[in-house]
Design a protein around this ligand. Sequence first.
Ligand SMILES: C[S@@+](CC[C@H](N)C(=O)[O-])C[C@H]1O[C@@H](n2cnc3c(N)ncnc32)[C@H](O)[C@@H]1O
Length: 206
Amino acid sequence: MGFYCDYVFPRLMEWVMAGDEFIRLRKGLLASAHGEVLELGIGTGLNLPHYPETVTELHAVDPAQLLPNTIAERSARLSFPVRIQRDTAETLTYTDRRFDYVISTWTLCTIPDPIPALQEVRRVLKPGGRFLFLEHGRSDDRKIAAWQDRLNPIQNVIGCGCHLNRQIDRLILDAGLAIVNLDRFHMQSVPRLGGEMYRGMAAKSD
Ligand SMILES: C[S@@+](CC[C@H](N)C(=O)[O-])C[C@H]1O[C@@H](n2cnc3c(N)ncnc32)[C@H](O)[C@@H]1O
């Protein structure tokens, strides 16, 4: 991935994405998670302190290994085991219908092929399981969306593969998941270009 994405970007993420507004949003999203949980793109483990004790086991996949010592320290404070695989979300190795919850926070922007990844989410969710997402993406405001399109190539480089302009709800629906609830808002602490949020819950549609 290179020096910038391996060493600089994870530290930038720790600095920017651990702010108060991020913490409040992470905590709120994760509050209902329980049982066996899978997190896509664990990054530096910023969600770890916010999982409730109702989680019995946390699995995570990420092709990168970002700040492994930080992840290990955060995992050690939890009451349940954390098992991380260096895999991509597009090719999960878990058996069908394994998880009660799958979580994605600020990750669908970066996964190279989000629809196959979301089809994998659908496959590994138990019947009645839930996909919780908290993602930035394409604005409903046409002017902002046009700027997101223009600046996307630059964001791709400085955000190590991150896209500004993905329509997250469309991707979820196209992968065959049903959206149970969706909340659109923009973050106060992030410029609109990268702070147009999609927060919600999805389930298997069959
Ligand atoms: C912006 S970071 C977000 C990290 C974390 N989810 C959070 O909320 O702080 C995006 C993460 O997606 C990971 N990622 C990139 N491609 C991926 C893929 N194909 N499957 C799973 N994760 C991926 C990156 O390595 C990175 O850790």
